[in-house]
Design a protein around this ligand. Structure first.
Ligand code: DHB
Ligand code: FE
Length: 280
């Protein structure tokens, strides 16, 4: 059977992707950011996941106001990197896993979650920057990736509770997939940041660190936090953190934290990154 063996959560700042693509990772500004992923790169090279179920948000790259699915699952064979205004990132196309994606879709939809099935979708920095942070610059991404997009850009976003419960439904679906797949679930975005308006530049280190604490041993309680609280405490883009709750919901309550990293700032954002090993 397929198994979710680990969860990885990380920020997905576009400037991090540019630093990788333009060879700036050794510069003074960027070095401490990439240092936080050294452990992770060595770890994942050993873990060799077959499939990553990658929860991220599109930033009006493939989905815009014409169509705003709250949850969208990518069921295609391949997903090209999006052109976000400066040409597509020079990273490999993502190879999907249609068999598992369709299986998750049927299981989760019939467990009462409304997913939009997407078969043609370019993937933006929300998905490609986490891959770069974890895998560097390979010729091909070393595993299959199922893109799972959550709307946190157009009001209203889904609640943390719904995201957490969705994670549980995804877990159930993966557990019932009849292939020996080593699956990881990733949650991306966050931590605190606000890109516009009077509070642009907001970072709340206290909130972020408390979030990291509670995600380990009080995920159920953390899931109760209302969307407006993210907005108030973590800024308008801090709501991206609900995607970490999808990943957390797919893991056991006693999943073990293997790695934690927090750094301020990268571009306008507080960077957070955790790895959880699932208990089986
Ligand atoms: C930044 C962060 C994001 O999460 C994003 O989607 C876009 C920009 C930033 O810090 O610049
Ligand atoms: Fe973002």
């Amino acid at each position: 059977m397929a198994r979710i063996t680990a969860g990885v959560c990380t920020s997905h700042v576009p400037a991090i992707g540019a630093a990788v693509d333009l060879g700036k990772t050794e510069e003074d500004y960027w070095k401490p950011v990439f240092a936080g992923y050294e452990f992770s790169k060595a770890w994942i090279a050993e873990e060799k996941p077959d499939v990553i179920f990658l929860v991220y948000n599109d930033h009006a790259s493939a989905l815009d106001l014409r169509m705003v699915p709250t949850f969208a699952i990518g069921c295609a064979d391949e997903f090209a990197p999006a052109d976000e205004g400066w040409g597509a990132r020079p990273v490999p196309a993502v190879k999907g896993c249609p068999d598992l994606a369709w299986h998750v879709a049927q299981s989760v939809i019939q467990d009462d979650f409304d997913l939009t099935i997407v078969n043609d979708m370019a993937v933006d920095h929300g998905l490609t920057v986490p891959l770069s942070l974890m895998f560097g610059q390979p010729e091909e991404w070393p595993c299959l990736v199922i893109p799972f997009a959550v709307n946190v850009v157009v009001y209203p976003p889904p609640s943390g509770q719904r995201c957490y419960n969705l994670g549980k439904a995804i877990r159930k679906a993966v557990d019932s997939f009849d292939r020996e797949f080593n699956v990881q679930i990733w949650g991306t975005g966050g931590m605190s940041h606000q890109l516009q308006g009077k509070r642009a530049g907001l970072i709340n280190q206290e909130f972020d660190n408390r979030f990291l604490e509670r995600l380990v041993d009080d995920a159920e309680g953390l899931a109760n936090m209302a969307p407006v609280e993210y907005l108030r405490e973590a800024g308008s883009e801090g709501i991206e953190l609900v995607m970490w709750l999808v990943a957390r919901g797919a893991l056991n309550a006693d999943a073990r934290e293997l790695h934690r990293f927090y750094h301020v700032p990268a571009s306008n954002t507080a960077v957070g990154h955790v790895i959880y090993e699932n208990t089986v």
